[in-house]
Design a protein around this ligand. Structure first.
Ligand SMILES: *Cc1c(COP(=O)(O)O)cnc(C)c1O
Length: 413
């Protein structure tokens, strides 16, 4: 045995500037020690490889990862349940905290039942193969997240990758398909562009061609909808009172999935839909059955998060104000760069070449502002970008500092 193949391949990655490096990241001030004067540091300011930086790189869209109520709920639950769940939910890992969380998640998104998974990746890789198999067909948007793609491959169904957001192409593909079961997969908010999928149109196509629709709302849950219920409420499909009149009786083809490590600030994911569907996933999704349940303290932190998401509506208002501020301050002034139109917390600034995107990132970094550059193959060639993610934790001053640093970088470019 020799490890030579891997070292050669690693060298090839390094030569192509494709080696990824982790940074060590920790809050500049521990959340429990933040004084009222230093509140602007909470969820925004980190030591990144030992340097203090204001971060625009996290998915902590509502600033809940360091919220005192969530920390207190986790601490209290650790004292009550201990720290480990000890087994799969189907053996003895399912606590009253998990049960309550699932009921609250279902109520929040307005669907009959929900099932909690340890991670979004695990959820998608488990759900898709439980729904379709050999001889079935999957119709997947070209910009879908990696774990939907992996779930599709694992299912062994035939996979049709469709141009991003192209409803006419989807219609033609569904019409032409003779598969026994058809499943359409889409992100609700696309993670590198920030745009929102047209879920009503997708549901109507699925109804017409007898297909299932699975929506991954990783970036919409908490952010979209009047109370943060996510993409379904954003489109008026469900609301706090359940399914809206126009969609009554029409959601049996819908599988709604969202993650809880982004706007919700904690960890894990859930799937929601008709009770029979959720019962089937509980019985058949292998990443649910064969993974140790998440600790009860995570479930309790999430229950606290759901309360904050719904009660602290100012967080969504502030996020919208920051988004407007960013657009007003920089859209006219950055030469060939452009902010993509996005109504979400994800605000991509397209730069173009890999080298320019990296240079801008380095310039911002030297000014104390951290924004990740995203390069191909994650995004198409020639569209390297800064993926600016805004958070309700950011202050106007912090966004102004970002804009100022970007103007400086555009003058140098
Ligand atoms: C982050 C993400 C996931 C994975 O969720 P985790 O809980 O981080 O495993 C799934 N889908 C989309 C669209 C995501 O952005």
């Amino acid at each position: 045995m020799t490890d030579l193949p891997f070292s050669l391949e690693l060298q090839a990655l390094a030569d192509a500037n494709l080696l990824r490096q982790r940074r060590q990241v920790a809050p500049l001030v521990a959340p429990q020690s933040i004084t009222p004067d230093d509140e602007h540091l909470r969820g925004t300011t980190y030591l990144i490889n030992g340097q203090a930086r204001v971060s625009f790189g996290s998915n902590d869209y509502l600033g809940l990862s360091q919220h005192p109520a969530l920390i207190a709920a986790a601490q209290e639950a650790a004292g009550r349940y201990g720290v480990g769940a000890t087994a799969s939910p189907l053996v003895c890992g399912h606590s009253p905290a998990h049960e309550a969380l699932e009921n609250e998640l279902a109520a929040m998104v307005g669907l009959p039942r929900a099932l909690y998974f340890v991670a979004g990746y695990a959820a998608n890789v488990g759900i898709v193969p439980a729904l379709v198999g050999r001889g079935d067909a999957i119709f997947s948007d070209a910009l879908n997240h990696a774990c939907l793609i992996d779930g599709a491959r694992l299912s062994r169904a035939d996979i049709h990758v469709l141009p991003h957001g192209d409803l006419a192409a989807l219609k033609a593909a569904l019409q032409a398909s003779t598969a026994r079961r058809k499943l359409v997969l889409t992100d609700a908010v696309f993670s590198m562009d920030g745009n929102i999928a047209n879920i009503p149109a997708l549901l109507e196509l699925c109804e017409r061609y007898d297909a299932w629709l699975m929506v991954d709302d990783a970036h919409g849950f908490g952010v979209l909808g009047p109370h943060g219920e996510g993409a379904l409420a954003h489109w008026g499909i469900t609301g706090c009172k359940g399914v809206q009149a126009a969609w009554q009786g029409r959601l049996h083809r819908l599988i709604y999935m969202a993650t809880l490590g982004k706007a919700a600030g904690v960890a894990g994911a859930f799937v929601a839909g008709e009770s029979t569907l959720v019962e089937w996933l509980l019985q058949k999704a292998r990443t649910y059955m064969f993974a140790t349940a998440a600790p009860a303290m995570i479930a309790e932190a999430l229950r606290a998060s759901l309360r904050v998401i719904q009660e602290e509506g100012w967080r969504r208002d502030h996020l919208a104000a920051l988004r407007q501020r960013l657009h007003q301050k920089i859209s006219a002034q950055l030469g060939g760069w452009h902010l993509m139109p996005s109504d979400t917390a994800i605000q991509p600034l397209v730069i173009g070449s890999n080298a320019d995107a990296l240079a801008v990132m380095a310039h911002l970094d030297s000014l104390g502002v951290w924004v990740p550059a995203i390069r191909p193959p994650t995004v198409p060639q020639g569209t390297a970008r800064l993926r600016i993610s805004l958070s309700a934790a950011h202050t106007c001053d912090q966004v102004d500092a970002l804009c100022h640093a970007l103007r400086g970088a555009s003058c140098r470019a």
